[in-house]
Design a binder for this molecule. Structure first.
Ligand code: NAP
Length: 288
């Protein structure tokens, strides 16, 4: 069984990113810049924002964190986004989710200029992907397909099953796999006969956030499993199927699997870095 190591794959992609960033710096006369809007003092959100900043800086990308008070109003936050849209020195915008409950998150996301929307979450970027003309693609979906391709997993003509249909992971991943000529089935919490659907998968993407639904005995031999989930258990992360107790049977059944942690996570981060660089590069092109 091959372990699809996201850390190593992400490090390799960092090298080419560094040279793209230094080319961009020459063209722009400054470093490419990401602005992150962080609202409130949630520790986990602050941790993720810190991680993104660290990754940006390691590549020579400037990262500006706009830390807003928890009580910021919808109108004030909308103004911040509009200002960032109009700021020519900002190439990329990211709003750290979740936002406080009194904020209409969808409205805030939709306000981001799609050309700077490096999370790929605006309807415009979603529509481009669905129409087969991707502009900026959601980072986890992009990271999953990159990891599979870099890992030498053949996708063309394969039966792929994606369990989970969120806008963040499941839906864009299914679109990306369709672009790779997979025959894609999307399953969710209302799917009947989930075991039967899963048993049919040659490529299985698990993005539920629940380790108690799918067990290794349901898998067909030779399947490639992408375990996206990050479930906390006894202070450690486990996937939807990648757990210590499942490993003996997974080794028997799977041709390849992504570990948790160290699989999709690092690929999500490097895909974000790629989106930032892509957004800045596209802005320098005449058709942008
Ligand atoms: P989400 O918005 O909660 O979506 C979960 C999806 O799983 C939903 O579509 C849900 O179906 C489906 N689901 C839940 N229970 C199910 C069941 N028993 N049977 C079949 N389907 C079921 O979560 P998300 O944002 O997509 O994230 C999914 C997981 O990936 C989480 O563990 C998250 O932490 C992880 N994640 C990891 C990364 C990374 O970089 N590694 C990035 C993003 C997310 P319904 O639509 O019917 O409710």
């Amino acid at each position: 069984m091959t372990i699809l190591d996201g850390k190593t794959a992400a490090c390799k992609r960092d090298e080419s990113l560094k040279s793209r960033v230094s080319e961009l710096a020459k063209t722009l006369g400054r470093s490419p810049k990401l602005a992150i809007v962080l609202v409130g003092d949630d520790t986990l959100s602050a941790h993720f924002v810190g991680l993104k900043k660290k990754n940006c800086e390691a590549l020579g990308i400037e990262c500006l964190i706009l830390h807003q008070d928890e009580k910021i109003t919808q109108t004030e936050l909308e103004k911040k986004i509009m200002a960032l849209n109009n700021d020519k020195t900002v190439d990329a915008i990211l709003v750290q989710l979740p936002l406080p409950q009194h904020i209409d998150s969808n409205k805030i996301i939709e306000l981001i200029d799609y050309r700077k929307d490096v999370d790929g979450l605006t309807s415009k970027n979603f529509g481009f992907l669905a129409a087969g003309k991707p502009y900026l693609v959601p980072c986890t979906a992009k990271g999953i397909v990159t990891l599979l391709k870099d890992g030498g997993i053949a996708l063309d003509g394969k039966r792929a099953v994606v369990v989970g249909r969120s806008n963040l992971v499941g839906k864009p991943t299914s679109q990306m796999l369709l672009r790779e000529n997979c025959t894609v089935t999307v399953a969710h919490s209302k799917s009947a006969n989930l075991a039967q659907i899963v048993a049919n998968a040659e490529i299985l993407v698990l993005a539920m956030g629940n380790p108690d639904v799918i067990t290794p005995d349901m898998l067909q031999h030779g399947v490639t499993v992408v375990d996206v989930a990050m479930n906390r258990r006894e202070g450690k992360f486990v996937g939807d199927i990648y757990t210590p107790e499942n490993m003996p049977m997974l080794r028997e059944k799977c041709a390849a699997i992504t570990p948790v942690p160290g699989g999709v996570g690092p690929m999500t981060i490097v895909s974000l870095m790629e989106n930032i660089v892509t957004a800045a590069e596209k802005a320098t092109q005449p058709s942008a």
